[in-house]
Ligand binder design. Structure first.
Ligand SMILES: Nc1ncnc2c1ncn2[C@@H]1O[C@H](COP(=O)(O)OP(=O)(O)OP(=O)(O)O)[C@@H](O)[C@H]1O
Length: 398
């Protein structure tokens, strides 16, 4: 039987033998099924499915009917406000906790459900935490090989595979003999991913793996990690607070709110076709303006705006800052006064006030930094691109 993957948070580093700190002698042929995932040889990931998951802590119901399907080989980002239950769901998927109701399946294996709770080490799910949690007394090689059976650990084939896994996450082979304290935070996270991939898990769970890194390291580490996941076709759930990260690296994004998945969609679907204004505001800066909806066009204080979907009646329209173009005064649909200009390096965010017969409307615009007007300046405003109108039931829009 194929052994399960290592789940580092559940392992006891002290159980490891110091002799494994450097590559040991070859002990025989690799045990079938223990070779790591390497490009071109890895099996496709498995569908990960959570259905009708419920979890309460005492009187507090955290998850209340969560349905989430992560397609095989897909990276789904799980986002939601702090305390919405993202880590709780990840821990249930990993098997660290037990759902009160519902089922979890990986491929066709039921790992949690009524009368069934497969332990973490037998789920074939890898878990990478914010800190990576490498074993400090083991070398990079020792960490990566940790999940393999003792006998197979230093076979010629597995020693080669350790090197290939390191290469897969973008680190040179000479790092194999380094200890975790000799690595940067980003390098440690890459090794943690290599370790999680080594037992060829059916899925990987990443719990804010980049959040402790500075922006530059974060970008390069994110790139290396997502490239490795794509190369191995590993089904992945990524919990992140960073909406740009979620939209840029995930193929699907699931938004958790009020104990359930409110919307699960492609990044563009979530960004451009949010189910309500709260989802819209969660995934990006947003202005909501009043509008008269006339089929494919909405009349707004900023002029006529094409709509994604035909709608009629009185409503509101979501506008992203990048849809609001700044022109010379008089050259746009209307003029506005700049309230604040927030310089952000490459671009800036403008808070604008548009005077209308029915009162002032405040709008946010994004503008290239070299065109950034100053606070108090008058500018022209024009809206481009299709917009989404609020659903009639979305009465919370402000
Ligand atoms: N073991 C526990 N016992 C009691 N309550 C818990 C436990 N674990 C989590 N909670 C509560 O469940 C809720 C969801 O917590 P969880 O950590 O899953 O949220 P999260 O979305 O991951 O938050 P964050 O983004 O801040 O990490 C919180 O209110 C938290 O206090």
């Amino acid at each position: 039987m194929t052994p399960g993957p290592v789940t580092p948070p559940m392992q006891t580093p002290g159980l490891e033998t110091p002799g494994l700190e450097t590559a040991g002698p070859e002990t025989g042929p690799a045990v079938p099924g223990t070779a790591p995932a390497v490009p071109g040889t890895a099996p496709a990931g498995h569908v990960l499915r959570a259905a009708a998951i419920r979890k309460a802590y005492g009187a507090q119901t955290v998850l209340d009917g969560v349905d989430l399907t992560v397609p095989a080989g897909c990276l789904t980002a799980l986002v939601g406000r702090s305390g919405s239950g993202k880590t709780t769901l990840l821990r249930l998927l990993a098997g660290f906790d037990r759902p009160d109701a519902g089922t979890i399946t990986i491929g066709d294996r039921l790992v949690a459900g009524p009368g069934r709770q497969v332990p973490p080490e037998r789920r074939r799910i890898g878990y990478v935490t914010q800190e990576g949690s490498l074993f400090p007394h083991l070398t990079v090689a020792g960490n990566i090989a940790f999940g393999w059976p003792w006998r197979a650990r230093w076979s010629r084939r597995n020693r080669r595979d350790v090197g290939e896994l390191l290469d897969l996450v973008g680190l040179p082979e000479r790092y194999l003999r380094r200890f975790p304290h000799e690595l940067s935070g980003g390098e440690q996270q890459r090794v943690a991913l290599a370790r999680a991939l080594a037992p060829r898990p059916d899925a990987i769970l990443l719990d804010e793996p980049f959040s402790a890194l500075d922006p530059e390291l974060r970008a390069t580490t994110r790139q290396a990690v997502t490239a490795a996941l794509a190369a191995t076709g590993t089904t992945t759930v990524l919990v992140t607070h960073d909406r740009v990260e979620a939209l840029s690296i995930a193929s699907r994004v699931a938004l958790l709110r009020d104990g359930a998945i409110l919307q699960e969609d492609t990044p563009t679907g979530l960004y451009h076709r949010p189910v309500d204004h709260q989802v819209a505001a969660f995934v990006g800066d947003l202005t909501v303006v009043p509008a008269a909806l006339r089929g494919s066009v909405a009349d707004t204080p900023l002029g006529a705006v094409p709509l994604r979907h035909d709608q009629h009646g009185t409503g509101r329209v979501f506008l992203r800052p990048e849809q609001v173009e700044i022109t010379e005064p008089g050259a746009g649909h209307t003029d506005a006064t700049v309230l604040t200009a927030d310089f952000r390096g490459a671009d800036g965010l403008l808070a604008l006030r548009v005077g209308t017969p029915s009162g002032d409307v405040d709008v946010t615009a994004r503008c290239a930094a070299h065109h950034l007007p100053a606070a108090g300046q008058r500018v022209g405003v024009r809206v481009s691109g299709p917009a989404t109108a609020t659903a009639p039931a979305d009465s919370d829009a402000t």
